[in-house]
Design a protein. Structure first.
Lengths: 89, 504, 256
């Protein structure tokens, strides 16, 4: 199990990542590209919280089998819906 | 004492919520209300809960647990289910009536503009409450099956029915939150004036997407426990292990996985993009393959074995017949081009009644009959069982087979004209309904009648079943802690060793 | 029946029935008569309090079973497994709502610019507040694992305070400001999606606050020690999940 330094270190990283997200928004460039970058940063934040705060890195990964399946399911729903809308609703 | 939690939940979940016949004198709005309530109640408040109720009792027995992992959660999930049903039925008594949209509650008919009555909002809240109840159940069962197995009940030895319940629960976990999300957005539309489903930005398609992402897994949620029951009954009736058990389980798992990615086949005629039509047509055809494998596996379990004909066996056999017919008519709908003809007609109604009212209901009643001696230690009257089965089965087919000839008749319409040529078919179906309903009710009451007899230990395993819930031997060591007839326990393979049975 | 360890008689709680009745009355009241809604709310709240008071120990099970076959999750308690299963359903409900948001947004020909509608800096500060509350609650677990009850209490209290601050900023500053500008729940799809999604998130956070409050009460009454603290961990798991959801809601509504 991690120690205080790890927990605080992760927190620091998360705060920096949050600021990075906000800064990215004001960068020049295509909105969709910026949006993708921002969401990738968010996903990374989420993964780190799951790994270190929810201790998935230190315990059986099998605890996350159902949640990961859920994420896949949602991706299915989101992508199909987005595709359906993008192709004419 | 704690039995009260399990058996009480089970017994009350057993109480069938009322089916509403479609052949009474109703005006169009009342007819629509009736259709809506019949569909919602049957699918969500009867079929699934019946399966879960049986599971509530049998799964702990099959895995050697005393109870589910979270008993209070179990009770809460039962009572929220019960009261959500009360709310739903009560909704038709509010001024303006209840929901009259069909069980699928399509947008924009479900919006406040086209269904202004508060009863419809209440119905949707009842749905939301049921989603909560179901989620609680699935958390409970999944945790129980993972954690509460007793010594010897490894994953490889897990009984088929428990496997089917585990898969059902996983699907429930996956499907119902989306229904809850849809209900939440719809409630927000109806109460706060948002426009999720009435906006021209894909409002009705949005509902379709959310509802059917739930709705398709839902129908597998309904049918999977039935498959598990058929497997158990066939194994005991034929005194054999399941044919190709590992393959069977993989196929069942495949059906469970795939059921999440076929949902757009309910939207083939909504004008969605062609690529999506292709994709979901392929996935729908794909899911029929393992499902057929499952059915074939069940049938092959019976092949060349000496079958003991009992009421549960007959009901499960009927279920195989109906699932074949229902499955074939379903696969035909996997083709979008054919769907344009089928959609919204009685063909579809015939298809799903064959698999739901036929396969699921028959198998569930078969399961009740099968486990009745175990649960109540009383034996029902076999003759009455078989007779009521035969009459029900005949009535069932008279009722539903005509639907396949009624492709010209739209669903959810209150009446039809004399010139449509549909009169004789409809009348036949109605006659069938009057035969099927009472006969089936009698079949169920037959079970209740047996309760008047004294309970007796000698009745505790009349099928000489070898499965763990009957023998009490969970580790397969042949030493049962409570044996009914001293048989050795084995759930795979050993059935071919006939000598052991003769020795008994 | 089988070789189980103890056969303690299970007690029965009436709270399941009461909670169900309360929730049903609440829903009915929402539709037909607001005082009924309030009554239902009160009944449910009281029943939940009783559930908390009864505690989550094994008084209601029929036997104290040591799971004998629990591969591959022998190490984890059943409550933890239950929480992860529950989080799965939560992923699906938030995911469905977010999918709906993506869907209607992609289909809309015009959508207000996020930075012009929302106060991005305030949102960012709120995000950091929530992140810090996650740190607090995991440190609370860390401390009680080591037997440090003071650290536990500080951690839990900080988490509670920070979580409350998040809600206060959102509901007391952000939302009123938005409403004043005309950005309401029914001012169009942008408003609807924002309020529904952040609202559902806020409700989940509030539920988390109730749970943390319960933990605080127990902690201050000396109910936790270095070997008995699964509640802290399990509530933490839920709390981090609520945080993770916000990791996505913040950019989806404030940045993009």
């Amino acid at each position: 199990m991690p120690g205080i330094k790890t927990y605080v270190g992760i927190w620091l990283g998360l705060v920096v990542a949050t600021i990075m997200e906000v800064v990215t928004r004001s960068l020049p460039g295509a909105v969709s590209l910026l949006a993708l970058t921002i969401l990738l940063i968010s996903s990374a934040k989420a993964i780190f919280i799951a790994l270190y705060y929810q201790h998935l890195r230190f315990e059986s990964w099998r605890l996350a089998v159902l949640p990961i399946a859920a994420i896949v399911g949602i991706a299915l729903l989101a992508i199909s819906s987005a595709f359906s809308m993008a192709m004419g609703g | 004492m704690g039995f009260l939690i399990v058996a009480g939940s089970f017994g009350e979940l057993m109480r069938t919520q009322l089916a509403v016949p479609n052949n009474t004198l109703l005006d169009p709005f009342q007819y629509s209300e009736t259709v809506t309530l019949h569909g919602l109640l049957m699918i969500l408040w009867v079929l699934s809960p019946l399966g879960v109720g049986i599971a509530n009792y049998i799964v702990p027995l099959q895995i050697g647990a005393k109870d589910l992992a979270f008993p209070r959660l179990n009770a809460t999930s039962y009572f929220t289910y019960l009261f959500s049903g009360v709310l739903l039925v009560g909704s038709i008594f509010l001024p303006g009536g209840g929901a009259a949209t069909g069980w699928t509650l399509y947008a924009p008919l479900n919006t406040i503009q086209f269904s202004p009555q508060s009863g419809a909002t209440l119905a949707i809240l009842a749905l939301a409450l049921l989603s909560v109840s179901v989620t609680m159940s699935s958390i409970n069962f999944i945790t129980t099956i993972v954690k509460n197995r007793t010594k010897g009940v490894t994953w490889k030895r897990l009984p088929i029915f428990t496997w089917s319940i585990l898969m059902t629960m996983a699907l429930m976990l996956f499907a119902f939150p989306t229904l809850a999300a849809g209900a939440l957005l719809l409630t927000s539309d109806r109460i706060f004036g948002t426009i999720f489903f009435s906006s021209t930005v894909g409002g009705s398609i949005l509902w379709d997407l959310l509802f059917w992402f739930f709705g398709h897994p839902e129908v597998y949620i309904v049918v999977l426990p039935a498959i598990g029951i058929i497997a158990e009954v066939f194994m005991t009736s034929a005194k054999r292990g399941l044919f190709a058990r590992t393959v069977f389980l993989f196929e069942l798992g495949a059906v469970t996985f795939l059921s999440v990615d076929v949902w757009m086949h309910h939207m083939f005629t909504t004008g969605v993009n062609y690529t999506l039509l292709q994709t979901f047509s392929i996935t729908t055809l794909a899911i029929s393959i393992p499902f057929e494998g499952v059915v074939i596996g069940l049938v092959l379990t019976l092949y060349k074995s000496r079958i003991k004909i009992t009421t549960p066996f007959l009901f499960c056999l009927a279920a195989i017949f109906t699932v074949t017919l229902g499955g074939v008519t379903g696969v035909l709908q996997a083709f979008p081009v054919l769907d344009y003809a089928f959609r919204g007609t009685y063909w579809v109604v015939g298809h799903f009644h064959y698999v739901m009212a036929g396969t699921t209901l028959f198998a569930l009643i078969g399961g009740l009959y099968y486990w009745w001696p175990k649960i109540t230690k009383r034996m029902y009257n076999e003759t009455i069982g078989i007779i009521t089965f035969i009459i029900s089965f005949i009535g069932f087919n008279i009722l539903y087979f005509p639907y396949f000839f009624m492709i010209d008749m739209p669903r959810r319409v209150a009446t039809f004209t004399y010139t449509s040529g549909l009169a004789s078919l409809n009348l036949t179906a109605t006659v069938g309904a009057y035969i099927f309903g009472p006969a089936f009710l009698l079949a169920v009451l037959n079970l209740a009648f047996s309760l008047r007899k004294a309970s007796s230990e000698t009745n505790a395993n009349p099928w000489e079943a070898k499965e763990m819930e009957w023998t009490g031997d969970y580790s397969g060591t042949g030493q049962a802690t409570s044996t009914e007839n001293g048989g050795t326990s084995s759930i795979t393979g050993d059935y071919t060793k006939k000598s052991k049975e003769i020795e008994k | 029946m089988t070789g189980n360890n103890e056969h303690s008689e299970g007690k029965h709680s009436f709270m399941p029935i009461v909670i169900s009745v309360g929730v049903s009355i609440l829903l009915l009241g929402l539709i037909i008569y607001i005082p009924l809604f309030v009554a239902g709310l009160i009944i449910t709240a009281v029943a939940l309090l009783k559930v908390f008071k009864d505690g989550f120990e094994e008084k209601f099970s029929k036997s104290k079973e040591t799971p004998e076959e629990a591969w591959p999750l022998e190490q984890q308690g059943k409550e933890k497994i239950g929480v992860w299963v529950f989080l799965t359903s939560e992923i699906l409900i938030f995911g469905s709502l977010i999918s709906a948001y993506v869907y209607v947004r992609l289909g809309s020909s015009s959508w207000p610019i996020a930075s012009q509608t929302h106060n991005v800096i305030l949102g960012m500060i709120n995000t950091i507040i929530l992140l810090t509350s996650s740190l607090s609650i995991v440190l609370a677990l860390y401390f009680i694992r080591a037997g440090n009850t003071t650290g536990l209490k500080v951690g839990l209290t900080s988490a509670f305070a920070l979580g409350s601050a998040f809600l206060v900023i959102k509901l007391g500053f952000e939302w009123p400001e938005l409403i004043r500008k005309g950005f309401t729940i029914n001012s169009g799809l942008p408003g609807s999606t924002y309020y529904v999604l952040t609202g559902v998130h806020a409700v989940h956070l509030a539920a988390g606050l109730v749970a943390v409050g319960y933990l605080m009460l127990r902690a201050f009454n000396g109910g936790f020690n270095s070997s008995k603290h699964s509640g802290v961990e399990n509530v933490g798991l839920y709390w981090h999940f609520v945080d993770i959801v916000w990791m996505f809601l913040f950019p989806l509504f404030y940045l993009i």
